[in-house]
Design a binder for this molecule. Structure first.
Ligand code: GA4
Length: 331
């Protein structure tokens, strides 16, 4: 059995106990039933910017292979993991998130969709075993990209957009700026455990800048989403499913009809949480603005147009919890 390493204690934010999102209201989308799926996705993106996907067609083998490789990586000594380089923009990070002082009870590996680049980074950590990591990673990412493509096309259909691949082509482009992230939230030390029912922040509240993100985790809790009334609810874990977040770029493309979901992760006092997230990004040169077909009948655009490069540069200069879209809103 692989034992995951623990980072040392520092000053971390704590948070009050949060109600659990009743399992019955987590929107569940069955991808094997596309007709129903497109209606459910539309509603979930409008109401929450969040839903769960079942019958996703990502082979369990691809998932468990990557999960074991990830667990193996995080079980390595710190000095070995650090050989992957700092996560600017891709590499290993420990507690520091982004470049502007955010801290979390998390260690992570940020990777690109360029497998040669990942391979070079991982070779310094794994030596000859890097080839195996690369293959497992590429199988997983390939399967998840296919699922993302199906979901994005159902979104376009649900919105009655004629060009079915209007969203999916951005992430299927060979220049797509997609990012992959492996997060490990170690159990936190016992003295944090009896903190009046408060939990420790693993990854602070934020929205994802990209189009959509596809998240999968082992069976440990921690993920929470923020509802329209600004209350937080915990999402019951489900290691057999994927969770989909609408990101900022999709909020803009749909002129605010879809909601970029604010979410966060609480570290678990007892159990390690391991998650893998594929962030579907457009090419850097892609122009992001509300789709003309969603601006009919005199509807005004809520946002100024920007390129993905402009948005990404601006997003990376913010703190995690900032509202990154406000700079691009039309007054
Ligand atoms: C959130 C989504 C992805 O994890 C990420 C994150 C990135 C990072 O960890 O470096 C950011 C964060 C994310 C949004 C604002 C900036 C950039 C940390 C941060 C404070 C890889 C991404 O693309 O944006």
């Amino acid at each position: 059995m692989v034992v995951l390493s623990k980072p040392t204690t520092e000053q971390y934010s704590c948070i009050r106990k949060t109600p659990t999102f009743p399992t019955s209201i987590v929107p569940v989308v069955d991808l094997s039933k596309p007709v129903e799926a497109k209606t459910l996705i539309l509603k979930a993106c409008e109401d929450y910017g969040f839903f769960k996907v079942i019958n996703h067609a990502v082979p369990m083998e691809a998932i468990s292979n990557l999960e074991s490789q990830a667990a193996e990586f995080f079980s390595l000594p710190l000095t070995q993991k650090e050989k992957a380089g700092t996560p600017n923009p891709f590499g290993y990070g420990n507690k520091n998130i982004g470049r502007n002082g955010d801290l979390g009870w998390v260690e992570y590996l940020l990777l690109t969709n360029n497998h040669d680049y990942n391979f070079i980074r991982l070779s310094s950590v794994f030596g000859p075993k890097a080839e195996q990591f690369r293959n497992v990673l590429s199988d997983y990412m390939c399967a998840v990209r296919k699922m993302a493509c199906v979901i994005l096309e159902l979104m376009a259909e649900g919105l009655n957009i004629e060009q079915k691949n209007v969203f999916s082509k951005m992430m299927m482009d060979k220049e797509s700026d997609s990012v992959f992230r492996l997060n490990h939230y170690p159990p936190y030390p016992e003295n944090f455990n009896n903190n009046n029912g408060k939990g420790m922040i693993g990854f602070g509240e934020h929205t994802d800048p990209q189009i959509i993100s596809l998240l999968r985790s082992n069976n440990s809790s921690g993920l929470q989403i923020c509802l329209r009334d600004r209350s937080w609810v915990s999402v019951p874990p489900d290691h057999n499913s994927f969770f989909v977040n609408v990101g900022d770029a999709l909020q803009v493309l749909t002129n605010g009809r879809f909601r970029s979901v604010r979410h966060r992760v609480l570290a678990n006092g007892l159990k390690s949480r391991l998650s893998m997230i594929y962030f579907c990004g457009p090419p850097l040169s892609e122009r992001i603005a509300p789709l003309p077909s969603l601006l009919l009948n005199g509807k005004e655009s809520l946002y100024n147009e920007f390129t993905w490069f402009e948005y990404k540069s601006s997003a990376y200069a913010t703190r995690l919890a900032d509202n990154r879209l406000s700079r691009f809103e039309r007054i």
